[in-house]
Design a protein. Structure first.
Length: 327
């Protein structure tokens, strides 16, 4: 057994070195918008996106992947268009709410749309905290989500059914006209200059059930497509592939499913074919480190990182480095 563990660490070390020695961030390329889509003047790279210092991918807008509080995996994204429209995706743990509120207030404090991928505490805990706090000093126009019957969460939620009850109770504090809990596959939502497409209805599976029930959203900001996968697992990823053509899945930017470990399979990322990957994971998960060094854990982050390298991703943004802001 000791011999096996040694070889496991050696293999993980080789994989890590292979990833580390490869340039993750491509050099900037000059871009020029054409009919809402960025066009590229090639400078040694095959990409449609302008990536690198000084680039203005969103032409006055921004996409922020917020850092965690407490060294835990979570998902909190904030998107703002040039016209000021503000969108929040998930929000993270309850302990992440203070930082999220600071960011929202710094952007005038008015949220046009709040999107929930699935009811887990590392995704929607902050929203509960905010809705239960009448002094948050922000306004929320709309919340978009799709849950199923409470009995299903009680049965499949691994003891976390009470969290879903708490989330429903918090949402009920908003006026009914602001709640859109009936979104459905194919629905398009236009909020100012930001457009969202609902890619699926929740998959109600027995395997990693609530993760696989994640609603996938495809956002468009300044002609750039951003696919948010939530915590979709391998089984849900296969169903998503069955329901969509590669052209429909193709996106410029992807949020790495389930924090980059044990999410969708490689073929789903190959169909998405992103240029930028967003990693909502802390350092220990990025390195698959359970305390014994790089590669010592059972998470699949190193393998997923290798996939993205093989698929030609030009830029990886990870919350291990703090707030990740793309302008």
């Amino acid at each position: 057994m000791k011999s096996f563990n040694i070889w496991k660490k050696i293999a993980a070390g080789i994989l890590f070195l292979n990833i580390a020695l490869t340039s993750f961030i491509g050099q900037p390329v000059a871009a020029e918008g054409t009919e809402g889509q960025p066009a590229i003047q090639r400078m040694g790279f095959s990409s449609k996106l302008s990536i690198g210092p000084g680039s203005q991918l969103f032409d006055g807008g921004s996409l922020s992947l917020l850092a965690d509080h407490g060294n835990r995996q979570m998902l909190s994204m904030v998107m703002q268009s040039k016209d000021g429209t503000l969108v929040v995706i998930d929000g993270g743990w309850d302990s992440d709410s203070a930082h999220l509120l600071d960011v929202i207030r710094s952007k005038e404090g008015h949220v046009s749309g709040w999107f929930i991928t699935h009811p887990h505490s590392d995704h929607a805990g902050a929203l509960i905290e905010i809705l239960n706090n009448p002094d948050s000093q922000i306004t929320i126009d709309n919340v978009y989500y799709k849950f199923t019957d409470q009995e299903w969460y009680d049965t499949h939620g691994s003891g976390r059914g009470d969290f879903v009850v708490g989330l429903r109770d918090a949402l009920a504090k908003l006026p009914p006209e602001k709640l859109h809990g009936d979104i459905t596959k194919g629905q398009e939502i236009q909020l100012g200059d930001i457009r969202a497409v609902v890619m699926n209805d929740p998959y109600l599976l027995d395997a990693t059930s609530v993760n696989n029930s994640s609603v996938v959203f495809k956002f468009y900001l300044n002609g750039v497509s951003i696919l948010v996968l939530g915590d979709l697992g391998p089984e849900g990823g296969q169903l998503l592939m069955n329901e969509h053509t590669p052209a429909e899945l193709k996106s410029d930017i992807v949020q790495m499913s389930h924090h980059g470990q044990y999410g969708v399979n490689r073929d789903v990322y190959a169909a998405i074919n992103p240029q930028i990957a967003l990693w909502p994971c802390p350092q220990w998960l990025w390195d698959n480190d359970n305390g014994g060094g790089i590669g010592s854990g059972d998470w699949k982050t190193l393998e997923t990182r290798q996939w993205m390298e093989e698929l030609g991703v030009r830029a990886n943004y990870c919350i291990k480095d703090g707030d990740q802001i793309i302008n």
